[in-house]
Design a protein around this ligand. Structure first.
Ligand code: FES
Ligand SMILES: [Fe+2]
Length: 372
């Protein structure tokens, strides 16, 4: 047994992750852990933010949240995509909500008005304040970038380019038979989950639970250990699942028949909180960001993209299949959170083959919070 030293603020790791142990149960409920995660993980992470088509026109904007940071992505008058922390420099009201198209960004509280480049253009009664310097109160800039029809954001204005973080992910996605540039945004969904964000991510990262917990999914995708591929890459990890021949044949047993050129399921996880899901069948992808909303609440935000002209019945069949899996997953992770909160099992034990993507995730979290 190896003991890993931690900074005093955090509960200790009694058993080392390298020996197959999980993060301590207390790390899934301790506010000090969440505070460190915000500072050391989310404050400088690239996260999927919105469909690019929402910010295609000059003056268009969309508000979103990445990690704990409210952001706004804007297409400025010169056509440049920009991003800002969506928090008013006056007293902190969120500057804009939702999405739309405007000449300026105006905070609804006291009407401080910002230009599309983030500079403060007007603050009512500021002429009565000797020495008030509007140039000192621009919205804080963030980094933004696009991959095909997807906008990503990083609260760190000095972040490395998005393409460096994505690495070979776009090529792996293309290898599924999918051309992301041919997709159109379809719909936006938000699922609140009563668990710590790490419980939700860890559930995403293994299909060891699929035979027992997702019977409908497992009728379509071969989730056996010799068929279902797991791979750890430099900045992301991937699960690739082949389609069962019985589902392709339309055997009447599977809840979804994958008709179309996408021949495999792909589930990618970009650390810390973005997932990219491709189902087999017609061209489709869903991107998700997982928002930690307190120690015991996570918002799963899902945007579906489909090829144009897919018949509505086929879209509904895929989304129903997907929603069934999501509902089953919510039940699983909320149960795990209750178990972790009991403190009865201070550290769990991973199956290091089938759950090696979780091991990689937990190492990244540990290294970010306390060093390796
Ligand atoms: S908080 Fe925005 S104008 Fe006052
Ligand atoms: Fe699941």
């Amino acid at each position: 047994m190896t003991t890993v030293a931690t900074k005093p603020a955090l509960p200790p790791l009694e058993h080392a992750l390298e020996d197959g142990w999980t993060l301590p149960a207390s790390w899934y409920s301790d506010p000090a852990v969440l505070a460190l995660e915000r500072e050391r993980i989310f404050a400088s992470a690239w996260t999927y933010a919105a469909p690019a088509e929402w910010v295609a026109e000059s003056g268009s904007y969309v508000a979103a949240q990445v990690g704990h940071v409210p952001i706004v992505v804007v297409r400025d008058r010169d056509g440049e995509l920009r991003g800002f922390v969506n928090v008013c420099r006056h007293r902190g009201h969120l500057v804009v909500a939702g999405k739309g198209c405007r000449e300026t960004l105006q905070c609804p509280y006291h009407a401080w008005t910002y230009d599309l480049d983030g500079t403060l253009r007007r603050a009512p009664r500021s002429e009565r304040e000797p020495g008030f310097d509007a140039t000192a109160f621009s919205l804080h800039p963030i980094s933004v970038g696009t991959w095909g029809p997807f906008v990503f954001a990083n609260p760190d204005p000095e972040a490395e380019p998005l393409a460096d973080t994505l690495g070979e992910l776009p090529e792996i996605v293309a290898s599924s038979g999918l051309d992301v540039d041919a997709l159109r945004f379809h719909s936006h969904h938000e699922w609140p989950i009563a668990s710590n964000w790490k419980v939700a991510i860890e559930n995403y990262l293994e299909c060891y639970h699929c035979p027992a917990a997702h019977p409908g999914f497992s009728k379509v995708i071969d989730v056996g250990p010799d068929a279902y591929g797991l791979a750890v890459h430099a900045t992301f990890s991937s699960q690739i699942g082949p389609v069962r021949a019985s589902a392709l044949a339309g055997d009447g047993q599977s809840p979804y028949t994958p008709r179309g050129e996408v021949t495999q399921a792909q589930y990618h996880f970009l650390f810390p909180a973005t997932t990219v899901n491709i189902a087999p069948g017609f061209p489709n992808v869903s991107l998700e960001r997982w928002i930690p909303d307190g120690t015991h609440r996570t918002i799963e935000v899902t945007d579906y993209y489909f090829a144009p002209d897919i018949p509505a019945a086929e879209l509904e069949e895929l989304m129903a299949w997907d929603s069934q899996v999501a509902e089953e997953d919510v039940s699983l992770v909320e149960s795990v959170q209750r178990g972790l909160d009991s403190g009865a099992v201070p550290q769990g034990r991973l199956m290091m083959e089938s759950e090696r993507l979780i091991a990689d995730f937990q190492r990244r979290v540990r290294d970010a919070l306390v060093g390796s």
